[in-house]
Design a binder for this molecule. Sequence first.
Ligand code: SAM
Length: 231
Amino acid sequence: MNPTLIALGKRTLSKLFPDSLKLRYASHLPKLETFRKTHQEEYPVFPDRYKMYEYINELVNNQTVYYCEFGVFEGASIKFWANQNANPSSSFFGFDTFTGLPEAWNKFVGNKGKTTFNVDGKFPQIDDDRVSFLKGMFQETLPDFLKAYDNKHQLIIHNDADLYSSTLYVLTSADDIIVPGTIIIFDEFSSMLHEFRALEDYCSAYLRKFEIVAATISSNNYYEQIAIRMI
Ligand SMILES: C[S@@+](CC[C@H](N)C(=O)[O-])C[C@H]1O[C@@H](n2cnc3c(N)ncnc32)[C@H](O)[C@@H]1O
């Protein structure tokens, strides 16, 4: 094709369509179907995330886990994990600003503004000394945590930060400790431009591969959470 015509076409297209988030979302949605078709492995699908957590805990035989949760808010999921895994040697780390989202979470429908999930800096009340919290931006707290990282147990990373930037930061920074067998949970997987895109970009840039071990389908029959195991 004529290069001048291609350039003209590109210029026209860039002016014709607005730089619209909705359009970007719409163009990304078919990727979810491609993802589903690409991943032919068999895995159970649960009606809610807590059933999926129970399954993952059984999958690791209720053994000692090193559970790192990125995005804690009021602690619903980290509390559940600490309650269900009674192993005295397990550790549970919750990372959060505790002042809410550092930037707006723009979704296909119903955006959540900056500072949504603000709990005024307060940690959730959990009477369990296996649980600790790291307050601040992941970008501030994770580097020192990784420097001191010394763990031989099953690592579970739970990404529940909603945002592309935060999730991509966690995955890329933690690449050295993400080993074959590491389980990674995504809470808002079908938010196409955020957690889904972060996983795709991380795996592509760091040449990482995984298998799906569990997922959930919401009451409105749409993909919600997903758990993967690195290979
Ligand atoms: C959806 S909430 C977490 C919900 C929680 N896991 C639960 O089960 O209820 C998302 C959290 O991610 C936190 N967050 C997002 N990006 C962050 C970042 N870069 N650093 C620290 N916290 C972040 C927000 O403060 C917010 O509390």
